[in-house]
Design a protein. Structure first.
Ligand code: PBG
Ligand code: ZN
Length: 326
């Protein structure tokens, strides 16, 4: 048999496969999310997310030290509070656990860590919705000033980057203006640009206690039937002053990551969300597949689709077990 083209030649052994590999997972391009609660002294494992915790604000800086020593230096913070009301009062309150933690971390680590925070009201509203309610609807325009107040409070505390994840129209521009007006021209905005209404956020809502108390998020988060709409969102976020754009979730949206990457002049992030993490953990626990293999396949695929940056709950496991080194 004469075959001139034999793609298997380059797959013959590991050393060759490593030589020709087009993509690798790079933990330096990953951001690890954390849930910070206002109460308690001990970390509490999230029921639906094995290996992920709610960490008390008081002890987080101490708890975080071992992660920092492992090499985790880019983080995204979410807050968990008891008091919720219709104005999301806790979002920018001085006792907010995220605000507390930002200043402590920045005092301790300065520019050795990159601190991003999630800007959204759902962790703080009694409705569990990402915006304020007016006439039984999630009201766009009255939500914008609250988001800006929340963002400014985080930036005052020392946040390097804020990530608006609410999906209200015009929020990137509104926050950008507020940052300029308050003398924060260098704050980075990582916009949750193409954030889809997804069932893969289920475990997160358990972790952050942020499930909507009525209805769903489909009147503000994107419809998963649409891709071109993501490009429209991206165009707006860029015009409004976003420094980086994000697609979320990641695995069921690789085509959207790819489409954004093709047209984006700025870095494209992808959020490998809670449900994607939990699926891997549950499959591994059931003995249905190897965890390391699933994690490397998933994250490599997200990079291959075009992501420059990945937010993922797997970072600690990757570094601890050296999964990126093989
Ligand atoms: C807040 C927010 C959510 C996530 C990130 N920011 C939840 C939601 O929109 O319901 C989800 C992250 C994850 O699932 O890991 N709006
Ligand atoms: Zn929200």
């Amino acid at each position: 048999m004469e075959l001139i083209n034999r793609p298997r030649r380059l797959r013959r052994n590991k050393i060759l496969r490593d030589l020709v590999a087009e993509n690798r997972i790079d933990p330096g391009k990953m951001i690890m999310p954390y849930f910070i609660s206002e109460k308690g002294t001990h970390r509490m494992e999230v029921n639906s997310m094995p290996g992920i915790f709610r960490d008390p604000a008081d002890t987080f800086p101490e708890i975080f030290k071992s992660d920092f020593d492992l090499g985790i230096d880019k983080i995204m913070l979410f807050g968990v509070v008891d008091h919720k009301d219709d104005k999301a009062s806790m979002a920018d309150h001085k006792d907010n656990p995220v605000i507390q933690v930002i200043s402590k971390l920045k005092e301790q680590y300065g520019d050795k860590i990159f601190v991003a925070t999630d800007i959204c009201l759902c962790e703080y509203t009694s409705s569990g919705h990402c915006g304020l309610i007016k006439n039984q609807r999630i009201d766009n325009d009255s939500t914008l000033p609250r988001l800006a107040e929340m963002a400014i409070a985080h930036v005052h505390a020392g946040a390097d980057c804020i990530g608006p994840s609410d999906m209200m129209d015009g929020r990137v521009g509104f926050i950008r203006d507020a940052l300029e007006e308050t003398g924060h021209p260098d704050t980075i905005i990582l916009a949750y640009t193409a954030k889809y209404a997804s069932s893969y956020y289920g475990p997160f809502r358990d972790a952050a206690d942020s499930a909507p108390q009525f209805g769903d998020r489909k009147s503000y988060q994107m419809d998963f039937r649409n891709r071109r709409e993501a490009l429209k969102e991206m165009q707006l976020d860029l015009e409004e002053g976003a420094d980086m754009v994000m697609v979320k979730p990641a695995l069921a949206y690789l085509d959207v990551i790819h489409a954004c990457r093709e047209l984006s002049p700025v870095p494209v992030a992808a959020y490998n969300v809670s449900g994607e993490y939990t699926m891997v953990k549950l499959m591994a626990k059931a003995g249905a597949a190897n965890e390391q293999d699933m994690v490397t396949e998933n994250l490599t695929s997200i990079f291959r689709a075009g992501a420059d940056i990945i937010l993922t709950y797997h970072v600690r496991d990757i570094l601890k077990n050296g999964w990126a080194d093989v």
